[in-house]
Design a protein around this ligand. Structure first.
Ligand SMILES: Nc1nc2c(c(=O)[nH]1)N[C@@H](CN(C=O)c1ccc(C(=O)N[C@@H](CCC(=O)O)C(=O)O)cc1)CN2
Length: 300
């Protein structure tokens, strides 16, 4: 079998178009412009790129973007004071603190200081609890993007065997909750899982989110399975020239694509959906804050 490529970049474009349509309606019919505040602490080069991209795409869909760039040695008290100010700003409907934070800042404390209604990352403990109990919540962007692509490809996921490799709070755990919510039989695998190859071979859906370059080989994949590769790993690429690098996922793309029914590429798969879903969550948060009907097709 040669897999269908699930084009996350194109899909993200359709999500952004839908978001832009909702934003236009919010302005025309209610005089409301959704606003997203992004907080970056420090100068991590990858984070700077992601934050720039978030700001640009926020403006492109017609929303207001508020960027707060803080020095790497910003104190916890100053960061919490900024979050408190954003929590109380009616023009701000979504707040995101770019991760990872510098080591001296307590990530859990910072995330849990965000108003859960404005927590467009879905990382606040209240949103984690709401998702885990099947209640309306803000849903983390990367897993939401994966779910949207899976639903689009399969229609119903009911009864499918899904394996999520990785148990992070940002991807693995919420992904498993979302798949459970869509009536999959879900296994969360991790570094201590015994016979990982056999566990993965049973799966109709494989979501790989471990951050280990190409660790899933093609012969772990059941014929016809759908592979969602969340990993974004930069590796040396001497074949491109001295000192050159390239991006790969957690799955070995060529061998997995030979057996899978469908697969997301890296780059151009899950990554672009993360920011598109952030925009979607901001519109959702804005609608909820104003007691308006939520946009269809943009939430879990
Ligand atoms: N507060 C948050 N911090 C982080 C999150 C998050 O969802 N919330 N996720 C990641 C980083 N991230 C967004 O913040 C992100 C990662 C990757 C991509 C993306 O589009 N990747 C491209 C490749 C880009 C490249 O060339 O390097 C792709 O996969 O095609 C978007 C957003 C950690 N922090």
């Amino acid at each position: 079998m040669t897999a269908t490529i699930i084009d996350g970049k194109a899909f993200a474009g359709t999500v952004r178009e839908k978001v832009a349509g909702h934003v236009a309606r919010l302005k025309e019919e209610h005089g409301i412009t959704p606003g997203l505040a992004v907080v970056l602490v420090g100068e991590d080069p990858a984070s700077q790129v992601y934050v720039r991209s978030k700001g640009k795409q926020t403006v492109e869909v017609g929303m207001n973007s508020y960027e707060h760039k803080l020095d790497a040695d910003t104190s916890e008290a100053d960061l919490l004071a900024l979050i408190d100010q954003l929590n109380n700003d009616p023009a701000v409907h979504g707040i995101l603190v770019q991760l990872p934070l510098p080591k001296h800042l307590n990530e859990d404390l910072v995330i849990n200081s965000i108003d859960p209604a404005k927590d467009v990352d879905g990382f606040h403990i209240s949103n984690v609890g709401l998702l885990g109990t099947g209640q309306k919540s803000m849903v983390p962007c990367t897993p939401l993007g994966c779910l949207m692509m899976l639903r689009d490809h399969h229609g119903s996921l009911s009864g499918m065997d899904a394996v999520v490799i990785g148990r992070s709070n940002i991807v693995g755990k919420p992904m498993a909750q979302l798949l459970l919510g869509d009536s999959c039989t879900v296994t969360i695998a991790h570094s201590r899982t015994k016979d990982l190859a056999d566990v993965v071979r049973r799966a109709d859906i494989v979501v790989a989110a471990v951050g280990r370059p190409e660790m899933v080989p093609g012969d772990w994949i059941k014929e016809g399975a759908t592979v969602i590769d969340v990993g974004i790993n930069r590796i040396d690429a001497p074949e491109k020239g001295e000192g050159k690098t390239r991006l790969v996922g957690d799955c070995h793309f060529d061998s997995c694509a030979e057996r899978a029914g469908a697969i997301t590429p890296v780059p151009g798969g899950v990554g672009p959906m993360t920011i598109a879903c952030l925009l979607a969550n901001t519109v959702t948060a804005c609608c909820r804050a104003n007691g308006l009907a939520e946009p269809e097709g943009l939430t879990a």
